[in-house]
Ligand binder design. Structure first.
Ligand code: ADP
Ligand code: MG
Length: 606
């Protein structure tokens, strides 16, 4: 089977709800039985109409018909006109239950669909969070988002709804067919034989239609590009006196296009008359054959029962039709299932290394001959590595500033320190031990990071500061805000710490947003603080203010400050100049100025 993965996926989704599936099946069966009872009652109704005085003939051992028979017998005993009223009431009751169970089955199916899509959404979100940062940089975010939007919706609307339709169509058809067989085997045999013939004819029409429509689409595209080409190249066409040539070329293609469209049109409009014609041939055949059987007598097929038979036969047509359309729908939804399965099974997830020891404290960090090449960044083709052998000592309690041109590899160092990626070569140690010896979550829990773009979530100020730390007390949150110099403006907000920041923090200024992010980084009292161009998105006045809060809070902490404006790193204990993935210069501001190299040049240009 080619679609095993897709089928397995859907089966796995439905499995937890097998009890609901059973209930659903029961409702469908009940609804169908009531519909059948209605159709069968009609024959007795007619009997009452035409031969009110004869007793009901026995219809055989079927449970429903036996029960009905007893009921009819009693009703007729009540007198003709009362019986008629009772009969009408009975029909209405039967219809009521048919529809009641139809409704219940639809609700159960809907609940299942809802739960299934809820489960999938949860699993996809969890997966999206577990995937590595590297996964997202090699893919468009839109791709991932469309898994959540289009694909899940398509899955629900095409695949799950169609499975529901298909299931109830199959159950109904089987029950109707059983009943038809029960009433008359030979007649039903004729009907059954005709079905494959009809479906063959119809599917051959629709098959050719599909092929045709693809060809027509292709040709339409060619026609359009020819037009575009001709209009763009009009100067050349005119200059080369090629107008007639161009016209002829267009007209030939256009003629062919229109011819094919006509051919397609014929088929499109043929499909429904052909199927209706074939269908009516079957109906006529059934009528003919059935009437012969009735007139000959000798079988249980009476004239009234034959009317019921025809009713049941007509009732079979809609589920038969939805059988084929729902199968087509399910096939069409295969693409979205494939995409969701691929996403859910993607292996680029971060290691689950919770079995490793947790790190107690981050002290001195050492980068040793670190080479970094991003996945998909092919250095043999481009000759580029983000980092090309970086040695760096990040001393405990000191501020290390990293400066350099854009694209030189500064953020890559931050990425490696956060263990978003593993170095391609070389290693990173903490107090002499490889960082990979410690579990990822414990490592990150000891780091506070502030990125260039302040990332706020649509929640309250307090929850934004305590993001991921639901146990933080209000006291701690306020303290962190004070350190980040955010306490004053937060208190001035309408609801203080409980004010909502809006989507992406839209209610706040850039500097305020960044200060909330700083408070968030400070709240966990991290051993290592990383600022990646945290002030570069701000105007110079807010930059100065935010920089001030950073400067005071850095005091005595281990920090890595990546900066593009040199004025902000002047006071760092050590400044590293990164140039094209290498450490070019290293020292304090004064030392680097005295060196007269890259740093000096950058400083004088600023
Ligand atoms: P900086 O922060 O100094 O501006 P980066 O460290 O972001 O520079 O980038 C260094 C180099 O690595 C650049 O050439 C950049 O194109 C490349 N790079 C950065 N991130 C990725 C990524 N996720 N995938 C591939 N290449 C990347
Ligand atoms: Mg950067």
């Amino acid at each position: 089977m080619t679609h095993r993965k897709e089928v397995e996926f859907t089966v796995r989704q439905i499995k937890p709800y097998s009890a609901k599936v059973a209930v659903y099946g029961l409702f469908v069966v009940l609804s169908t039985l009531f519909m059948m009872a209605t159709a069968l009652s009609v024959s007795d109704f007619l009997k009452l109409l035409f031969e009110p005085d004869t007793p009901m003939p026995s219809q055989g051992g079927n449970l429903i018909s036996q029960a009905l028979e007893a009921l009819y017998g009693w009703m007729i005993a009540q007198g003709k006109s009362t019986a008629l009223w009772l009969f009408a009431a009975l029909l209405i009751v039967l219809f009521f239950f048919k529809n009641l169970f139809g409704y219940l089955s639809a609700v159960v199916a809907g609940v299942m669909r809802n739960r299934i899509t809820r489960d999938i959404r949860n699993r996809m979100f969890t997966k999206a969070m577990r995937l590595s940062v590297g996964y997202y940089s090699s893919r468009r975010e839109g791709d991932v988002l469309s898994r959540f939007g289009n694909d899940i919706v398509e899955y629900e609307e095409n695949v799950l709804v169609s499975i529901h339709t298909l299931a109830s169509a199959v159950v109904t058809l089987v029950l109707y067919l059983l009943m038809l067989f029960y009433i008359d085997v030979r007649l039903t045999g004729v009907v059954l034989l005709s079905i494959p013939v009809i479906s063959l004819v119809i599917s051959s029409i629709s098959h050719r239609l599909k092929r045709n429509s693809k060809e027509v689409q292709d040709q339409g595209g060619t026609l359009l590009s020819l037009t575009e080409e001709a209009i763009r190249g009009l100067r050349v066409i005119k200059a080369f006196n090629a107008i007639d040539f161009s016209n002829r070329r267009y007209q030939t293609l256009n003629h062919e296009y229109s011819r094919r469209r006509t051919a397609m049109l014929r088929r499109i409009h043929a499909a429904s008359p052909v199927s209706e014609f074939l269908g009516s041939t079957v109906v006529v055949a059934v009528l003919l054959f059935g009437t012969v059987l009735v007139i000959r007598g000798g079988s249980m097929l009476t004239a009234e029962l034959f009317v019921s038979y025809l009713m049941l036969f007509v009732l079979m047509l809609p589920p038969a039709k939805s059988l084929s359309t729902s199968i087509a729908q399910i096939k069409r939804g295969e693409g979205c299932v494939t995409r969701m399965v691929d996403f859910l099974e993607d292996k680029s997830i971060e290691a689950q290394d919770e079995s490793k020891p947790a790190i107690e404290h981050i002290g001195n960090i050492e980068l040793k001959d670190v080479v970094m090449e991003y996945p998909g960044q092919n250095s043999e083709a481009t000759g580029v590595q983000a980092l090309r052998g970086v040695d760096l000592h990040i001393a405990e309690g000191k501020t290390t500033a990293i400066v350099g041109m854009s694209g030189s590899g500064k953020s890559t160092i931050a990425n490696l320190l956060l263990r978003f990626y593993e170095p391609t070569e070389g290693r990173i140690t903490v107090d002499g031990r490889d960082v990979r010896e410690y579990s990822l979550s414990s490592w990150r829990s000891r780091i506070g990071v502030v990125a260039q773009e302040p990332q706020l979530f649509n929640d309250t100020v307090a929850n934004n500061i305590a993001y991921g730390m639901p146990n933080a007390t209000r006291q701690q949150i306020k303290e962190a805000a004070r350190i980040a110099d955010a306490d004053d403006f937060i208190k001035a907000m309408p609801d203080g710490y409980d004010s909502y920041v809006g989507d992406g923090g839209s209610m706040l200024s850039g500097g305020q947003r960044q200060r909330i992010c700083i408070a968030r980084a400070v709240l966990r009292n991290p051993d290592l603080l990383i600022f990646d161009e945290a002030t570069s998105a701000l105007d110079s006045e807010s930059e100065r203010q935010v920089q001030q809060s950073i400067d005071t809070l850095l005091h005595g902490r281990t920090a890595v400050v990546i900066a593009h404006r040199l004025s902000t790193v002047r006071n760092a204990d050590q400044i590293v100049v990164i140039d094209r993935g290498c450490v070019a210069e290293l020292g304090t501001h004064e030392e680097l100025m005295a060196m007269g190299g890259i740093y000096h040049r950058m400083a004088s240009n600023a």
